[in-house]
Design a binder for this molecule. Structure first.
Ligand SMILES: Nc1nc2c(ncn2[C@@H]2O[C@H](COP(=O)(O)OP(=O)(O)O)[C@@H](O)[C@H]2O)c(=O)[nH]1
Ligand SMILES: [Mg+2]
Length: 327
């Protein structure tokens, strides 16, 4: 059973179940113990296939060999010649809804995401219920649309004129001096990424060169780069300093450098405005998901979503679906 995929120069891990004195690989495994040792795997003709590491693992052998396709082919050929059959690796044991959902734990970003995956894994019954009312599939998929942000935190692009306070805000929200800040316009020439966690959810923030109002601007290359990154964003957070008007139609507009008491908007001098902005962003991306009862948050696994979509469109039949996810 291969436990890893072939790469051109990578290592491959093989778990081999053979009786004690089996002659496979020229009998080299007979001297292998539970301490890893170097072995020369040979084929039936006595030629060396690979220099590998091997050790015993219970009643099997673990063999680390080179992952190149040529080596794997030679190893597989030798195993076939020795009359050994291959099984496909199933690293997650029983492949059910629970175990498939739990595979997402490795990808979950932030404590809230971990909690939601764990909750989702318990919701087998909800999946059964959904299968008995297929008209619910589409609305429930739409409802849990933002689940993807639990694994790939949303990208928020800061936007606004030079000196709007973008770099200062990035630094404050992320709690680190990531970007240079100052009155000299055009200090930011690159896109700078920061991350922050709020209420257990992760967000990604991107600073970018600002545009100049009514004049020759930061070099065109920097501006083009900023626009390119803006196109990748899930949300544009547009800062309007005193006297500036918003530029983009679909952005979240926030007045910046709003230090005056009572002024709406955000100020790096007023921590409560920073907290409020973070909460607003979390609500924007995760509010809908967090408001759902756990029994309706189970649509997490991308394969499950895909299969449910196909089921909803009658491109997959319910028996197949049940066998794959539930039996
Ligand atoms: N009073 C005040 N000044 C700010 C605030 N945010 C930024 N600044 C100042 O505004 C200037 C430009 O800030 P910067 O973050 O570099 O703006 P950017 O060009 O949009 O990245 C700097 O001198 C900052 O110290 C704020 O909330 N209040
Ligand atoms: Mg800047």
């Amino acid at each position: 059973m291969w436990l890893s995929s072939p790469g051109s120069a990578a290592l491959s891990l093989l778990r081999l179940h053979v009786p004690e004195a089996h002659q496979v690989f020229g009998g080299v495994l007979q001297t292998v113990t539970d301490i890893p040792q170097r072995v020369w795997l040979k084929n039936a003709a006595g030629e060396v296939i690979d220099e590998a590491m091997s050790c015993r693992e219970g009643n099997a052998f673990l063999i680390t060999c080179h992952g190149g396709p040529g080596v794997r082919l030679a190893v597989e050929e030798e195993l076939a010649q020795a009359g050994l059959s291959q099984t496909a690796a199933n690293l997650y044991g029983e492949c059910t809804f629970v175990s498939r959902t739990l595979t997402l734990l490795q990808l979950a970003r932030g404590p809230a995401a971990v909690r939601m995956v764990l909750e989702a894994a318990k919701e087998t019954e909800s999946l059964r219920n959904l299968l008995s009312s297929p008209e619910q599939i589409r609305p429930q998929l739409a409802e849990s649309e933002s689940f993807r942000y639990l694994f790939s935190p949303p990208r928020i692009q800061l936007w606004g004129p030079v000196n709007a306070g973008k770099s200062s805000l990035l630094n404050k929200l992320c709690g680190q001096p990531l970007a240079a800040v100052g009155d000299e316009p055009g200090l930011t020439r690159d896109v700078i990424e920061g991350r922050l966690e709020h209420q257990g959810f992760e967000l990604r923030l991107f600073d970018a060169p600002g545009h100049w109002v009514g004049g020759v601007g930061v070099d065109a290359e920097a501006q083009a780069l900023a626009r390119e990154w803006r196109g990748e964003a899930d949300l544009v957070l547009e800062l309007t300093p005193p006297g500036a008007a918003p530029e983009l139609p679909n952005s979240l507009v926030v007045a910046s450098r709003a230090d005056a008491a009572g002024a709406d908007g955000v100020s790096t001098q007023r921590p409560e405005t920073l907290e409020a902005l973070k909460s607003r962003l979390v609500e924007h991306f995760f509010g809908r998901l967090a408001a759902l009862p756990p029994s309706r948050r189970f649509l997490l696994h991308p394969d499950l979503r895909n299969n449910l979509e196909r089921l909803g469109e009658e491109r997959l039949n319910a028996d197949q679906f049940r066998r794959y996810w539930l039996d």
